[in-house]
Write a protein that binds this ligand. Structure first.
Ligand SMILES: O=C(O)CCC(=O)C(=O)O
Ligand SMILES: [Fe+2]
Length: 348
């Protein structure tokens, strides 16, 4: 199948709000799930719309506004929130401090994670510190705390929609749906606010190096800048890239009032490889200062994620070979091993 030139747009509204069991509502959920299945198998990147009952257009604007205002504060002020060893990866990173594939990324970021209680054995254990909220702008914290709550609603809706896409009867509370709900009973989350100045010609890395996201779903809210985020669509007849995969980079330019959604590695595991985590990167060369807020809706820290029986069955039905390379993962262990590769601490 040729690589699509644009990404699918999926209306998620049938999975939001009290889910009615009327035949029309059920059919609407089935249609959305079918579209999601196609998007997850063909591109791994798509847009969602139809979430106004959860996030308003004003809230979409406000979240980017507070992030932009924060990045506009003097570096000396932001530096007080700098991520240091022992901070648990939470706080501000100046340009060059985030590292992807051993190369410095050309962005600054403020990162927050679900609060975790201090680790009794190791006070410096990665990811166990408190979030370092800025005082200025004063709206930053309330706006983004409300944002985090809302992203949980959308993240859960995506879990339900994909469960249905994998052939799981969510409406009759099938066993695999109970398993999924348990995996996200106390979901971990990560939120980054990222500021991208234009990439200089002589930068060593790019704005954000090519990577896959780690968890379930990434809900990305970015400003209107075009030509920055790119997704790698696999294509066996396409050119080979530095990471050995064949395919094409296509632009994932934001659409107004939508989220860009992409698959994380945990969905790849539980879907038995049917839905693959998609490689993506940011190359921002236009003169604007780009702001984005990726939210990562993750499994519970201690969840053991493994291929779901329904996904294995679906693979068989689709005539695909068994996915023996996919092994169960404890999400928190996996995340820690990934995050520890993402920093260059200048104060170690
Ligand atoms: O800023 C973006 O558009 C994407 C950022 C991203 O991929 C990430 O933080 O994982
Ligand atoms: Fe990403």
């Amino acid at each position: 199948m040729p690589v699509p030139l644009s990404l699918p747009v999926i209306d998620i509204s049938p999975f939001l709000g009290p889910l009615s069991s009327s035949p029309d509502s059920l059919q609407a959920r089935k249609d959305t799930a079918a579209r999601l299945h196609d998007a997850c198998t063909n591109t791994g990147f798509f847009f969602i719309t139809g979430f106004e009952s959860v996030v308003s257009a004003d809230e979409m604007r406000e979240s980017l506004d507070v992030a932009r205002q924060f990045f506009g504060r003097p570096d000396g002020e932001k530096d007080k929130l700098r991520i240091k060893k022992g901070d648990g990866a939470r706080g501000w990173q100046k340009i060059g401090q985030n590292v992807t594939q051993y190369k410095a990324d050309w962005h600054e970021g403020w990162d927050a994670y679900k609060p975790l209680p201090p680790d009794e054995e190791d006070a410096n254990k990665l990811l166990h510190g408190p979030n370092q909220w800025p005082d200025e702008p004063s709206t930053f914290r309330p706006v983004l705390e409300r944002w985090i709550e809302k992203m949980h609603i959308l993240g859960f809706a995506l879990m339900a929609a994909t469960a249905m896409a994998l052939g799981i009867d969510v409406d009759s509370d099938a066993e695999d749906w109970q398993t999924i709900k348990q995996w996200v009973a106390d979901p971990f989350w990560v939120m980054r606010t990222i500021g991208y100045p234009p990439l200089p010609e002589d930068a060593e890395g790019i704005s954000c190096g090519a990577h896959k996201d780690y968890g379930n779903w990434t809900l990305l809210h970015a400003d209107a800048t075009q030509g920055a985020l790119q997704a790698f669509l696999l294509d066996p007849s396409g050119p080979s890239t530095e990471n050995g995969e064949r395919g094409h980079w296509i632009n994932a330019d934001p659409l107004p009032n939508s989220f860009v959604v992409n698959i994380g590695e945990m969905v790849e595991v539980y879907s038995a490889g049917l839905y693959k985590a998609t490689l993506h990167r940011v190359v921002h060369k236009s003169p604007s200062y780009r702001v984005s807020i990726p939210f990562f809706y993750e499994p519970s820290f201690n969840a053991r994620i493994e291929p779901l029986p329904s996904a294995l069955k679906l693979r068989e039905k689709l005539g695909l070979p068994p996915s023996s390379a996919i092994k169960p993962v404890i999400y928190g262990d996996f995340l820690r091993s990934k995050v520890s590769n993402n920093f260059s601490h200048d104060d170690e």
